[in-house]
Ligand binder design. Structure first.
Ligand SMILES: [Zn+2]
Length: 142
């Protein structure tokens, strides 16, 4: 989620506009940063894959390793991007990929993990975007 939210539509900021910010992001998580251009394309492709209508889809091929060191196979990667995609793959294998969602509000687009039992959550926050949309629909009906 943190990786998907390196772009903040509401604030109009993109952490991946500057290599220094990206390097710091990766370092804070104990990961080694990949080339910025690749990472930005990958971030947008991942956002498109989870339903962001403003993100550009692109095929993505990133090397990931399978390690058998602690009694069970695990996915690992030398770089930050591989680590993110290993985590994404884990979600897909667990059947949880469709829980990763993008808030449909044009001015939000926040990525979130839908933990609801029936996976029906639409908005990043019912208190913020959900209510804003309800108010807008109400005004339009009047
Ligand atoms: Zn939202």
């Amino acid at each position: 989620m943190d990786f998907l939210n390196t772009v903040d539509v509401e604030e109009g900021t993109d952490l991946l506009n500057q290599a220094a910010n990206w390097h710091e992001w990766a370092k804070e998580r104990g990961l080694s940063p990949d080339a910025l251009r690749t990472v930005r394309t990958a971030r947008d492709a991942l956002r498109a894959a989870v339903g962001d209508p403003d993100a550009k889809a692109a095929p993505l091929v990133v090397p990931v390793h399978i390690e058998l060191t602690a009694g069970a196979p695990t996915l690992s990667a030398p770089g930050a991007l591989g680590a993110v995609l290993a985590a994404a793959t884990r979600l897909a294998v667990l059947g949880e990929w469709d829980r990763v969602k993008i808030c449909p509000a044009d001015d939000c687009r926040w990525a979130f993990f839908d933990e609801s039992r029936n996976r029906s959550r639409t908005w990043c926050s019912m208190r913020v975007c959900g209510n804003r949309e309800k108010a807008r629909a109400w005004r339009e009906r009047r």
